[in-house]
Design a protein around this ligand. Sequence first.
Ligand code: SF4
Length: 243
Amino acid sequence: MRELIKGRISSFQTLGTLDGPGVRFVAFLQGCPLRCVCCHNPETWDKNGGTQYTAKEVVERAERYKEYFGKEGGITLSGGEPLLQADFVTEVFRLAHEKGINTCLDTSGCIINEKTEELLDYTDYCLLDIKYTTDREYRQYVGCGLNNPLEFLERLNNKKIPCRIRQVIIEGLNDSTDNIKRLAEIIKKYPSIEKTELLAFRKLCVSKYQKLGMSFPLANTPETPQFKIKLLEEKLAEILKEE
Ligand code: SF4
């Protein structure tokens, strides 16, 4: 039975407001093939960790909060990297749709195959990271090419799935106007993108790394001040207006 397919989950968040439109029940899936230097969830990397749940169990949990979802909210599968457990995600989303629950995928867009295609057939909304805007930076600071998220965007576009792009702004890595110009070029190409969020780099995850006996690669990088984000947001809006 498909609904008994099991997935590995790191943790749940019952009423999140930052993981997609509206109020959402969020499951953080275990396992990620990437190693972003700014990763805030290193505990989700190990694909054999976490706790196993069936797709049915996850949707039953989400259903308990249905009254809070309103028109826009629903269930978000985040990670880790949910695409690593594509069959499980597809089943959670399929069951969520049966219950009238909106589905949102929070992904790096790093895996694209037939399973991804099927999963997207049950995806209502997508949060996609465009972490950097050059292939060199992607390979150095993420562990895959820029082509992966761009190809993923292409798929979202083909299937007309609305999406929100997110980029964490890190001093010395991607806080330049040139990066914003390149980001704007990407945004202009894909009508599926309905919103772009620039987020300030924070170091709240340092204790997680310490607990795991690992060092945080950006421990010496300062947190990004909010005024810098505002300036870059203004620059982005200005470029997107010039058409
Ligand atoms: S894709 Fe997400 S979970 Fe994976 S390493 Fe990057 S930030 Fe961490």
